[in-house]
Design a binder for this molecule. Sequence first.
Ligand code: SF4
Ligand code: FES
Length: 249
Amino acid sequence: MNLTLKVWRQKNANSKGELKTYHVKDVSPDMSFLEMFDVLNEELLLKGEDPIAFDHDCREGICGMCSMYINGHPHGPEQTTTCQLHMRSFKDGDTIVVEPWRAKAFPVVKDLVVDRSAFDRIIQAGGYISVNTGNAPDANEIPISKEVADAAFNAATCIGCGACVAACKNASAMLFVSAKVAQLSMLPQGQIERKKRVEQMVAKMDEEGFGACTNTGACAAECPKEISLANIAILNREYLTAKATSEYV
Ligand code: SF4
Ligand code: FES
C-alpha cells in the first residue's frame, strides 16, 4: 500500500504546530499503525530529519498510551487502540490525517504526544483503596455476586487512554472518572472511602479543566474498551448521595 500522511508537527507546547505531508510506500496491510510510523521514522532519521514523536508502551492494547486522532476519530476508524489498529483498515492511495488529542487539560508536549498527567492526579485524588486486602486467597474469601463482579470488572477495563476526552465536544472526562468510581464503589473493599472518593475525584476533574458532560455519548462510541455510559449514571448517583449525606456540608 502507498499512503499519504498528514501529521501534526509541533516542536513544543509553546510553538505553533502545522500538518506536514509524508508519503509512505510499500506498507504491509498486516502492520500496525505504530509499526507504519516506525518505518516512516526510520526514513526520517536516515534523512537527518526529526522523527515524529508519539506515545506508546505495551503495544498490546493494555497501557492506554498510544493516543492519537486518526481521520477525525480517537485511535482511528476501528473501536480499538492505535497499537491494535492495522493498516488493512485503510485502502491503497488513502490520505490519513493524524493529530494529537485536543483538550485544554491535555496540553501538547511535542507532535502527537500530550501530557495526560491530569488523569493521574484525578486517580491520586481518590481512585484507590486504603484497606489491606491481603493476598489473592484472602480476596476470594469475600463473597461477591457474579453480576457485581462482572460490572466491576467491566468498569476496571478502562485503560485511561483519554479517547473519551478527545471524542467529547466538551473534552469531558466523565466516562474515565465514572469507570474508576463505579468499579470501586461496587466492591466491599471500596466502601471505606466511597463518599470521599467521588467528591474528591469530581472536584479534581473540574479543577484540571475538563468540560462538563452533556450526554452526547461520543465518549462511549469511541472508547476502545467499550466502557458503558451506565457508569456515568452510577457516578452521578454516587456524587449526589455523597453530597446529600456529607458530614462536611
Ligand atoms: S473510558 Fe474508554 S476512552 Fe476513556 S480512558 Fe477509559 S478506556 Fe479510554
Ligand atoms: S501502546 Fe499500550 S495500549 Fe497502545
